[in-house]
Design a protein around this ligand. Structure first.
Ligand SMILES: [Zn+2]
Length: 362
């Protein structure tokens, strides 16, 4: 689409003020219309099924397609393309391919975060990168940006690639249950994994040592106490701590997260583009299917209640409005009204309420 639209784009950008509509533009416009009605029409995403990301790069731009297999046909869910800046155009082919992966994956992060997906590309940017002795700072940064995603790279060209497995990412091997890449139950992202190992090591160690038999241990703080109460539901899978959770006869394996990751999870499940600011119960239900931390219910409740967007947009359901009566004070300080607004998001000074006092006459 980017290629087809180039003449129109050029006409709009490079000619000052007036739009220079040429034969070429008209043709491009017609092709665009046809393509938009053709078989490439987007499919709705199905979050039960794995996603496929295809990326590509050419001299002037990069692009990607998010697709899914639907009744044996691969159908696009969303497209992404970006024209490269003059500086980016000077990158080598491999760098552009890698940039295409980074940009495309980040663009579709709401579909991909926390899920396993495939990346189909016709270059081998990651292989090339591993052969570079000292990757430039820029490339290292790109790799870090990809670290919190779970994917497997598949090459479009060449014979069936023997190295594909070797290049698939470490976390998949470490966490992936029984080599079954479709089994997302135990999948967690690399960032989460790293955080967990440092903060929850003590309880993992206990489980490793004592197994199902809970040892007697004096908890050092509230978090430890709560976690120890959950001991019988906790278990390790490939050295990762999970909690077994049952709801409506369905078992969920919750990934136990640490304090510092709470906000990321709450943001993702309430505020992100696909979370849609659901109420307390629905937000909690969604989080419960994948994550656990001590005091989760309380945190979700507080988070939803204090969400600024929700406060602005949603109306309280239990509004008891009394009959309106005109107030007619005739001098200052005759009638004073006071009320508290909040709780609002906590200010840098630690305050979260506003006391409002009104003199009805002035
Ligand atoms: Zn909200």
């Amino acid at each position: 689409f980017r290629k087809i639209a180039t003449p129109i784009y050029k006409a709009a950008v490079y000619t000052n003020k007036s739009l220079l509509w040429t034969e070429e533009c008209a043709r491009a416009f017609k092709i665009l219309k046809e393509r938009l009605c053709g078989e490439n029409v987007l499919a709705l995403p199905n979050f039960e099924k794995p996603f496929i990301v295809e990326t590509d790069a050419c001299d002037l731009g990069i692009g990607g397609v998010l697709s899914q297999e639907c009744e044996k046909i691969t159908r696009p869910v969303a497209f992404y393309s970006k024209t490269l800046s003059p500086a980016e155009q000077k990158y080598s082919t491999s760098e552009k391919e890698l940039l295409a992966i980074v940009k495309t994956v980040e663009n579709f992060k709401y579909f991909l975060f926390g899920r396993t997906f495939k990346i189909v590309t016709d270059h081998q940017p990651l292989k090339w990168l591993s052969s570079v002795k000292e990757p430039a700072a820029r490339l290292a940064r790109w790799l870090i940006r990809l670290e919190c995603y779970y994917f497997k790279i598949i090459y479009r060209k060449g014979s069936v690639n023997q190295n594909a497995d070797g290049l698939s990412r470490l976390p998949i091997k470490a966490v992936g249950a029984e080599n079954n890449e479709e089994n997302c139950e135990f999948m967690v992202s690399f960032v989460e994994l790293r955080a967990q190992t440092s903060d929850l090591k003590w309880i993992s160690d206990l489980i490793l040592e004592y197994g199902h038999k809970q040892p007697h241990l004096e908890p050092r703080n509230q978090t430890q106490l709560k976690l120890l109460r959950e001991y019988k539901n906790l278990f390790l899978k490939n050295s990762i701590l999970f909690r077994k959770f049952e709801r409506n006869n369905k078992i969920f394996n919750q990934f136990v997260i640490v304090e510092s990751d709470k906000k990321t999870v709450l943001d993702n499940f309430h505020k992100s583009l696909f979370a849609g600011h659901l109420g307390y119960e629905k937000t909690l239900n969604k989080i419960e299917e994948r994550f656990y931390w001590t005091g989760m219910k309380k945190d979700v409740f507080k988070f939803v209640q204090e969400c600024l967007t929700c406060q602005k947009v949603k109306q309280s359901r239990n509004v008891h409005s009394a009959k309106m009566v005109p107030l007619r004070p005739i001098r200052p300080l005759e009638l004073i009204a006071a009320d508290i607004v909040g709780p609002l998001p906590v200010a840098t000074t630690g305050k979260k309420y506003i006391l409002v006092i009104i003199d009805h006459f002035t």
